[in-house]
Design a protein. Structure first.
Lengths: 258, 252
C-alpha cells in the first residue's frame, strides 16, 4: 500500500534548520513506510500571524521543499485577517513558486465570507484547500473553525474541493457536519487513534472522501497510521485513504506545474 | 508481547469493535499480543464494583486460556471498599488492580488511597492508575473527567515501600515529576497516550527503559497504534515484556 501523509509539520521533528528537520521527517517516514508528505505551517505558533510572520513561515516551507521536492508537497499558510497579504502569498508561493495548496488555521472562522477571495484565488490555481477544524468539548479558540463552519464555506463553493482538517476532532459530529457536502473530504490526522473513526467516515462519506494524515511531529506517525492499518474497511478503501484520494486532489496542480 | 492495558465490556459513549471478548482476542492475537491485562469499562460508572469484578473474572476465564488476566477495580472512597479488595485477591486471584480516580472523584492524596497503597504492598499486588480515559476535548460534555494530577504520587510511593504502580494513559508530566517517579524505581507506565514522533522514546528516557511497558488501550484505541509506536521509537519488545513481568511480580 502506498501511503501519502496529508498533514505534517517538519518543525515538530526537531532540528535547528528546515533542512535538519526535513532529514528527520524523511528518516521517520522511511521507517514507517510513508512515501510522500504534505507539509505546512513552518514553526508557526502565533494564532493570528501578521503578514511578515506569515511570509517567514512560508519561507520555512519553501526551504523544506527545495531539497525534498521528490518527497514532499508544500502548502502556503494564509491568514484571512490579512486578505491582501494572503493573496500575495498565494501568488508568490503557489502561482510563481513550488507550493501546491493553502493551509487555513485558527485566525478566523471559515464560515466568514471574508475568506472568499482567498478560496477563489486558490481554486483558480487548482491549489488544495485545507482548513483546520475542531469542535472541542472544552471550547474552541475565538477564530477556530468547527466542521459546521466548514460546511458553511463548502456550501458557498460547491464546486471547489476542500479538506476538513482533523474531521473536527470530535469526529462523530464532524463527519455528520460535512456529510451533505460532497466537495468536502475529511482528514484523519491529529486526534487520538480512536477505534471506529475511519470506519464511520467510510460508512457515511464513502472511502473517496477520507484522507490519511498524521499531524506529525506533534503526533506520532505511528498512532495516526493505526487509523489506516487498524480500520476494518476493504483493501480498496484503504488504498484510496492511504494515497489515492490525495493523489487525485493534487494531480491538477501538480500537472499544471509540470 | 504482553499488553498491560485492555478493557472488556462497553465504553459508555460508543460501541467499539472489540468490546466483545472474542473480537478483542482476535485483534490482540493478530497484533502479536500473547497476554493482556484486562479491566472492565463498567468500572468507570457502575457503583456495584463487586459485580463488575466478578463478571470480569468470569469473562476472562470463559473467553481465554489464561491469556486475559483480570485486573479488578476498587474505589477507595466507596463504603466497605476493603471487601472489594479482599474478593479481588482471595476469590478472583487477581494480581493487580486498576484505579480510575478521575471517574471515582478522588485525588492521589486521598487518605483512603494511602491505606489501599499499604494493603496492596502487603498483599504483593500491583496497582494501575488510569490517568485519563479520553482526550478532554472529545469527552461527552455532560461527563467530563479531568486527567489525574500525579504530583502526590512520588510521596505516596515513598510512604508505601515495595508497592509497584503503573500509570496508564498518561499524556506526560513535568521533568520534576518524571524524575521523582523514576527515582522511586517502582513507577511503571505504558505509552498508549504518549504522542509525538519522539514521544515514546523520550518517555522511555524520562522514566527509565526498565520501567516502560506495552499498553495498547484496546479496544478504545486501535491496537495497531501502540504496536507501530514500538517500531517508530525503535523500542525492544523483549525489554517491554521483561518490564511487564517484573511489574506483575513473583507468583504468590
Amino acid at each position: 500500500m502506498t501511503i501519502w501523509d496529508l498533514h505534517c509539520h517538519p518543525s515538530g521533528f526537531g532540528g535547528r534548520t528546515p533542512e535538519e528537520s526535513m532529514a528527520e521527517v524523511v528518516r521517520i517516514a522511511d521507517r514507517m513506510g510513508v512515501e510522500k508528505l504534505c507539509i505546512y505551517l513552518g514553526s508557526l505558533r502565533e494564532t493570528d500571524p501578521d503578514p511578515a510572520q506569515m511570509r517567514a513561515h512560508n519561507d520555512y516551507i519553501l526551504r523544506c521543499v527545495q531539497h525534498w521536492a521528490h518527497r514532499v508537497y508544500g502548502f502556503a499558510y494564509v491568514n484571512p485577517n490579512h486578505v491582501d497579504a494572503s493573496l500575495d502569498e498565494i501568488r508568490r508561493c503557489i502561482r510563481d513558486g513550488p507550493l501546491v495548496g493553502i493551509k487555513l488555521w485558527v485566525a478566523r472562522r471559515c464560515s466568514d465570507p471574508a475568506l472568499d477571495p482567498i478560496v477563489s484565488a486558490a481554486a483558480a490555481l487548482k491549489a488544495v484547500i485545507f482548513q483546520h477544524t475542531w469542535l472541542k468539548t472544552t471550547g474552541n479558540l475565538p477564530g477556530e473553525s468547527s466542521p459546521i463552519d466548514m460546511a458553511t464555506l463548502a456550501a458557498r463553493f460547491p464546486n471547489v474541493p476542500m479538506i476538513c482538517g482533523h474531521t473536527g476532532g470530535n469526529w462523530e459530529f464532524g463527519i455528520r457536519a460535512v456529510r451533505a457536502y460532497p466537495n468536502v473530504s475529511v482528514d484523519l490526522a491529529g486526534s487520538d487513534p480512536t477505534n471506529g473513526f475511519t470506519e464511520m467516515a467510510v460508512r457515511e462519506l464513502g472511502a473517496g472522501r477520507v484522507i490519511y494524515g498524521s499531524d506529525s511531529g506533534g503526533r506520532g506517525m505511528a498512532s495516526q497510521l493505526a487509523k489506516l492499518h487498524g480500520a476494518r474497511v476493504s483493501a480498496a478503501a484503504k488504498d484510496q485513504i492511504a494515497s489515492g484520494n490525495l493523489r487525485r486532489m493534487l494531480e491538477p496542480i501538480v500537472k499544471s506545474k509540470a | 508481547m504482553i499488553d498491560t492495558n485492555v478493557y472488556l465490556s462497553r465504553y459508555p459513549f460508543r460501541r467499539l469493535y472489540g468490546d466483545e471478548p472474542s473480537e478483542l482476542l482476535s485483534t490482540l492475537r493478530k497484533n502479536g499480543i500473547a497476554q493482556a491485562w484486562a479491566s472492565s469499562f463498567d468500572a468507570l460508572l457502575h457503583r456495584d464494583l463487586a459485580a463488575v469484578n466478578a463478571r470480569l473474572a468470569e469473562d476472562c476465564r470463559r473467553y481465554s486460556n489464561g491469556d486475559l488476566l483480570p485486573i479488578g477495580s476498587v474505589n477507595p472512597t466507596a463504603p466497605d471498599w476493603r471487601e472489594d479488595l479482599r474478593r479481588c485477591i482471595a476469590e478472583h486471584r487477581m494480581q493487580g488492580l486498576r484505579l480510575h480516580p478521575a471517574y471515582h472523584g478522588y485525588g492521589l492524596d486521598h487518605p483512603s488511597l494511602a491505606e489501599l497503597f499499604g494493603l496492596a504492598a502487603e498483599r504483593n499486588i500491583f496497582l494501575q492508575i488510569v490517568c485519563t480515559m479520553e482526550d478532554e476535548r472529545t469527552q461527552h460534555p455532560l461527563v467530563k473527567a479531568a486527567p489525574v494530577a500525579l504530583d502526590p504520587l512520588p510521596g505516596a510511593l515513598r510512604r508505601a515501600p515495595n508497592l509497584r504502580v503503573q500509570l496508564l494513559n498518561c499524556r506526560g508530566g513535568s521533568p520534576e515529576l518524571l524524575t521523582a517517579l523514576a527515582l522511586t524505581q517502582r513507577a511503571y507506565s505504558d505509552f498508549a497516550m504518549i504522542e509525538g514522533v519522539h514521544g515514546p522514546a523520550r518517555w522511555n528516557a524520562a522514566l527509565g527503559s526498565d520501567r516502560v511497558v506495552f499498553g495498547s488501550y484496546s479496544p478504545f484505541f486501535y491496537c495497531e497504534a501502540a504496536v507501530l509506536k514500538v517500531k517508530e521509537a525503535g523500542m525492544d519488545s523483549k525489554t517491554l515484556d521483561q518490564n511487564a513481568k517484573r511489574l506483575l511480580g513473583a507468583k504468590r
